[in-house]
Design a protein around this ligand. Sequence first.
Ligand code: FAD
Ligand code: SF4
Ligand code: SF4
Length: 481
Amino acid sequence: MTVNLLTFVDVPQKRPDKRAADLRSADFEEIFNEFVPERAGEQAARCSQCGIPFCQVHCPLHNNIPDWLKLTAEGRLEEAYELAAATNTFPEICGRICPQDRLCEGNCVIEKGFESVTIGAVERYITETAFKNGWVSGPQPREERSQSIGIIGGGPAGLAAADVMRRYGYQVEVYDRHDRIGGLLIYGIPSFKLEKDIVERRADLLAASGVVFHTSTEIGRDISFGDLQARHDAVLIATGVYGARDIKVPGVGLDGVVDALDYLIASNRNGLGDAVPDFDSGMLDAAGKHVVVIGGGDTAMDCVRTAARQGAKAVTCLYRRDRNNMPGSQREVSYAMEEGVRFEFLSAPEAFLGDGTVEAVRAVKMRLGEPDETGRLKSQIVTGSDHNIEADLVLKALGFDPEPVAEVFELPALDVTRWGTVKTRMLTGETSLPGVYAAGDIVRGASLVVWAIRDGRDAAEAMHRELETRAEQNAPIRAAG
Ligand code: FAD
Ligand code: SF4
Ligand code: SF4
């Protein structure tokens, strides 16, 4: 089939249809509809097939984007899927929730002047088409190997590693303290960005291919790290980061001032049909409340948009810098604005006011000054600018730090960085302990799903190389304690 490529001069960018803000903020379903097939091909054909594709350079997985766009434009969707799946374990997930404006699409050369190719939406389309047509399968090892791998954490890093190792034929067991597999894909990210059956479908494929999941099993509590090492030939730490940063202002201990992730987990569990006492009692439900969210990252955006969907009376986001300096995706900010969220940029909380339960946030205005040592502009308080914002639920979304992993796992010889993340060799995930690897947020600090996938894949390749070498040398293969 002959198709016209490089059509970006004549064909405008069109994303899949976005549901109207008043409709979508009344439910938790994803906000974008699927591309219709003609639209996907038409949009893929806008790609100018660059000799040096900057989209690919800036994709953490270095996806072969121009080639799968070309195949999509030509209607060769099965091949497009195979190519997309060759470098990305979960293309349908990245297509939905990567901050494409900061990664592939933000670096697409036609962005300047013609608006980027809709790479994420095409990646999602290709993979959803593959699922519909039965082209997607779990890992299918050509041979079984007797060596086994223990993975702590069933988030994207752990699952990406499980997929690669199972393909090689290793016996793979994943341990997670939660009762479902998926990590933040299930319990952090709201379903209006990523519906839960999308994640469950992948976990089911891995289970069907022989990956064993031990849910509700916390390493360091239910099983010691030492016991895990005795069970497996190599161990991967993919435990993410969960230490919520706090705000040191008066009133932070009042009822109704809660951590963002506790709130999001309650909302996600409620959506999954679980009994959630703190949600059912109204404590973690924003319905009918004045909600104030502190922070400007992806977690803050998920909170404001969840509160809007739960039927909050008013939702305000307080962020100490301006819009251009927000760490999260600008697209998410626009969606939140469309959904009725009020933003107070250059504002910070000075105190939480109330008698036992929060009733208001006293906020002050900030101005941006000189850059600090990291290059970010320092924010300074504008004197006399304090004002009260009514609030009966305050959500603290200030980021996450790692739990003290060496202590939790009783591994004094495990090297960690000064930020508490696990120190690894670049591109291999090898830690200071033989046979012990690490991947994802526990290595990078709070990051992105696509980086977790990349790290999980890299660590798995390195584990495979080590296990093969040890087997060839007849060296003891169990992870050293
Ligand atoms: P996680 O996904 O955190 O998984 C770690 C798993 O380890 C968890 O299931 C945990 O239960 C388990 N675990 C921890 N300790 C133990 C133990 N001792 N024993 C057993 N199991 C254990 N990224 C994006 O790319 N796009 C987004 O839109 C986006 N939105 C986000 C929204 C929110 C609210 C948050 C919090 C993060 C968001 N992120 C987003 C970031 C992304 O979710 C993370 O970067 C990614 O999930 C990290 O993957 P991981 O596998 O390293 O860790
Ligand atoms: Fe873009 Fe993410 Fe897909 Fe890479 S994985 S092409 S960054 S959407
Ligand atoms: Fe196509 Fe844009 Fe990538 Fe160039 S940068 S190959 S135009 S998607």
